[in-house]
Design a protein around this ligand. Structure first.
Ligand code: DUC
Ligand code: ZN
Ligand code: ZN
Ligand code: ZN
Length: 478
């Protein structure tokens, strides 16, 4: 039987193996792996290239309403375009509940925002901000069963945060329904208190954003999140972990046998607090939360990635323009850091940065790279084995990488709708040169070949990683 497409002579890598094989694609899926496969209607010669599963970016924000006058620069078209050029073929952005409204309204609104735009496949995480009886008793369980099997909750931000009691109630639903909970772990009162103190002292420049969100505030919330999850007996994923103190808590929990997972992002490997301090308002380009730390903490994050503390590596792409409407300067260049839109772009640079500094510099195996950036996020969110691996039956979501291509990252070469990149001027070795989604070449050598709207919505399964340990929580009398 012939194939629609055969990718020949490449080196295939999965989360467990690296091997020479041709990849036969039929009907959008991988139909065969082996040497000397029969002819395909189309053929790609991948000699000298790596054949990797397309990246799964488990943490992006596209066209997410912000609740104020800031506006995200990327929608489902420009966001997925940028992802695809960076070797990513699945994204999971967030449908965020507005307090006072239903979760369903957020999901419906988000589907409308996506309609006709995505270039690659996508699923939604929910964000639960208002866990009313109706949400806990009906909406959330119903949505989980419909394939929205992961959701984020916040311990900070007035518009989003839950108190400990609410967190327990939400975790309890996750446990009974088998959903994955993502936690934004920073102590809200510590941040508010420090912010007010800094403002009274006139210390409002972007640099002080970092000062207002110290590692101890992240550490305390991380420990509390772990404790609440232990009490309920449910796994959780701590997102965007920035430094040593939170990593220590996570390792402590993992060492005690708790199912505590952790995510980190490029900003905690490649940026430091100094990047918030540049000339004038420049530092606003790197305002994100938690903030970047220092070289010693970067080292701890690297060690956590290679040593097993982290399971997933995501971009946390949260795109705001530096200039222009709704961007970093929405309240002027004198605006206190508290009023600067929070987040940085990175969906396109996530994989090249980690590949170059991780794989090419010998810090991590290629299999580890695939595990952190594709296989594990797919598992974490119930998309495995359809996504995140190269195996017979999986979707033919594949990125062909030229491991020797040297690229200097500049905003001009990127495909997002943001007017800067925090990684301007960094030289990387290795770049994705062809991206396929369900067997279709969507990017080749800098040219976009796909039509908006071809990306499909993915209902997610219940992730095995979200299963409780099963031991009864000792303090619960039932
Ligand atoms: N949390 C995120 O997950 N993304 C952007 C900012 C934030 O606080
Ligand atoms: Zn405003
Ligand atoms: Zn967050
Ligand atoms: Zn985020």
């Amino acid at each position: 039987m012939n194939f629609d497409l055969v990718i020949r002579n490449g080196t295939v890598a999965t989360a467990s193996d690296v091997f020479k094989a041709d990849v036969g694609v039929r009907g959008g899926r991988i139909a065969a792996l082996g040497e000397g496969l029969a002819a395909g209607r189309e053929e790609i010669d991948a000699a000298g290239l790596l054949v990797l599963p397309g990246g799964v970016d488990g943490h992006v924000h596209f066209d997410q309403p912000t609740g104020d006058d800031s506006v995200m620069a990327d929608d489902f078209l420009t966001g997925t375009r940028s992802a695809a050029f960076g070797g990513t073929t699945t994204v999971l952005p967030f449908a965020c509940q507005e307090k006072g409204k239903t979760l369903r309204a957020a999901v419906d609104d988000y589907h409308r925002r996506a309609a006709g735009k995505p270039l690659i496949d996508y699923a939604f995480h929910l964000i639960v901000t208002d866990p009313t009886e109706q949400v806990l008793g009906q909406e959330l369980p119903a949505l989980i069963r419909e394939g929205y099997t992961s959701f984020k909750i916040y311990m900070t931000y007035d518009a989003l945060k839950l108190n400990d009691r609410q967190i327990l109630e939400v975790l309890d639903i996750a446990r009974s329904e088998g959903a994955m909970v993502m936690m934004h772990a920073e102590n809200a009162d510590c941040i508010a208190w420090l912010t007010e103190k800094l403002e009274r002292a006139g210390q409002t420049a972007p640099f002080f954003h970092g000062v207002s969100r110290p590692r101890v505030a992240e550490r305390e919330a991380t420990h509390r999140a772990i404790s609440l999850a232990e009490l309920v007996d449910v796994p959780i994923l701590i997102v965007h972990v920035s430094g040593a103190d939170a990593v220590e808590q996570i390792r402590w929990a993992q060492g005690r046998g708790l199912r505590i997972y952790a995510e980190t992002c490029p900003q905690y490997l490649f940026l430091t607090a100094d990047d918030l301090g540049g000339e004038g308002f420049e530092g606003a380009k790197c305002i994100c939360s938690p903030p970047p730390r220092d070289a010693a903490n970067q080292k701890v994050i690297w060690d956590g990635l290679t040593g097993g503390a982290f399971q997933v590596f995501s971009s946390d792409h949260a795109p705001f323009r530096f200039d222009g409407p709704g961007g970093k300067k929405v309240h002027g260049e004198q605006a206190p850091f508290r009023c600067v839109p929070n987040g940085i772009p990175g969906v396109e640079t996530r994989l090249p940065l980690l590949f170059s500094e991780g794989v090419m510099k010998g810090r991590m195996e290629l299999t580890k790279f695939v595990e952190l950036t594709a296989a594990n996020p797919a598992r974490m969110y119930g998309l495995h084995p359809r996504k995140g691996t190269i195996a017979v039956g999986a979707d033919a979501d594949i990125a062909l990488w030229d491991p020797s291509r040297k690229v200097t990252i500049t905003n001009g070469i990127l495909h997002h709708n943001v007017d800067y990149t925090p990684y301007e001027g960094i030289e990387v070795t290795g770049w994705p040169v062809v991206t396929l989604s369900r067997g279709e070449v969507i990017c080749r050598d800098g040219t976009l070949l796909a039509e908006p709207g071809r990306g499909e919505f993915l209902p997610c399964g219940l992730p095995a990683l979200a299963r409780p340990k099963g031991s009864p929580a000792p303090v619960l009398p039932f």
